[in-house]
Design a protein around this ligand. Structure first.
Ligand SMILES: C[S@@+](CC[C@H](N)C(=O)[O-])C[C@H]1O[C@@H](n2cnc3c(N)ncnc32)[C@H](O)[C@@H]1O
Length: 322
């Protein structure tokens, strides 16, 4: 997956002239803080060089993950396309770009972000965005988001892992109260990220939300540790992305996990593909989460005709109608 050309160009322009050693050092530090899930009361991205390192080294991957989750939401959404967006912990506006790619009709977006450097970078990139009315808010989540109006689509992407557990717990209920249609939460696809998503899932179900994706039921998650639910997106690395990370390979695989909750129930019976399908001659082996709330290994053979053809087209993360 590549960034949309307008975003790619805006990022490249923003990074022009940034000294590479400083960018690499900031990307390294950012990566260390994310990997260790450091919570020391400081934002990971406080300075402009860290915000630029985020653009070079993380935005392509978080964009790819959010874009995929938004496609899944759009595929299953029983309601109207969203007209308003609220993105919390917006960073450089990643979710805004991903949402506009799917729903260009979004008229208004509120972007809540505590880091001044991130807001500056995000506002600069967003000059390339068309007529959508944007309002960037300098706000800390811990304050409870006072005075914020509800929005059709609410997003919280790669933020829960930066919050204290008590703040994260209070935030889910607050965001659901501010959601008119769909709430989407995306996290890194690690066991810890999955646990945070499971916790949010339980809170949302208790609050009366209908889970729309990736889960295909509201029953207790059937996945048992050491397994964990996650998905993957292959991301093309641009030259500056490779240089910032000091890597040679022209792509990376971003593992992510997400949950989308809707105000509307869905009557569709679907299963979700939980791992890369194994294709052998005349057969496809699928690991599925099914609507009965079970993890199932399903073998689809050539004898099943159209079902086999459909199974061969499935990829990790796709859903299929039952
Ligand atoms: C990993 S970045 C994610 C940015 C963007 N959502 C994305 O997916 O690319 C997390 C963002 O949340 C912001 N953030 C972290 N803690 C916050 C808090 N307590 N209040 C407001 N913003 C916060 C950070 O400054 C950072 O921009």
């Amino acid at each position: 997956m590549e960034l949309p050309p307008r975003l790619r160009q805006a990022v490249d322009k923003m990074l022009e002239g940034t000294p590479l050693p400083a960018l690499q050092a900031a990307a390294n530090q950012l990566s260390r803080r994310y990997r260790s899930e450091t919570r020391d009361g400081r934002l990971h991205v406080g300075e402009m060089i860290a915000a630029k390192a985020y653009l070079a080294a993380r935005l392509p991957a978080t964009y790819a993950a959010i874009r995929r989750a938004i496609s899944d939401v759009a595929e299953l959404n029983a309601g109207d396309a969203p007209r308003t967006l609220m993105d919390v912990g917006a960073g450089p506006g990643t979710a805004l770009w991903a949402a506009l790619e799917e729903w260009p009709q979004i008229e208004e977006a509120i972007l809540i972000e505590a880091s001044e450097a991130m807001r500056q970078v995000g506002e600069s990139l967003a000059q390339e965005i068309g007529p959508t009315r944007l309002s960037w808010r300098d706000m800390k989540i811990e304050g409870g988001l006072p005075g914020i109006e509800p929005a059709d689509l609410v997003t919280l992407c790669y933020v829960l892992d930066e919050l204290e557990p008590a703040t994260a717990e209070a935030l889910i209920g607050r965001l659901w109260a501010l959601t008119k249609e769909v709430l989407l939460i995306v996290e890194p696809g690690t066991p810890a990220g999955w646990q945070r998503i499971l916790k949010a899932r339980r809170e949302l179900i208790e609050a009366g939300a209908h889970i729309m994706a990736p889960c295909v039921h509201q029953i207790t998650c059937p996945i048992v540790e050491p397994d964990w639910c996650h998905f993957s997106r292959r991301v093309a690395r641009s030259r500056i992305h490779r240089l910032a990370k000091g890597g040679e390979v022209p792509w990376e695989d971003e593992k992510f996990v997400y949950i989308a909750a809707s105000r509307l129930p869905s009557s569709a019976r679907r299963s979700r593909v939980l791992a890369p399908p194994k294709v052998a001659s005349g057969m496809v082996r699928l690991k599925l989460c099914n609507p009965e709330g079970e993890v199932e290994e399903r073998l689809v053979t050539r004898r099943e005709g159209a079902g086999f053809k459909a199974a061969k087209r499935l990829a990790w993360g796709d859903s299929l109608e039952e």
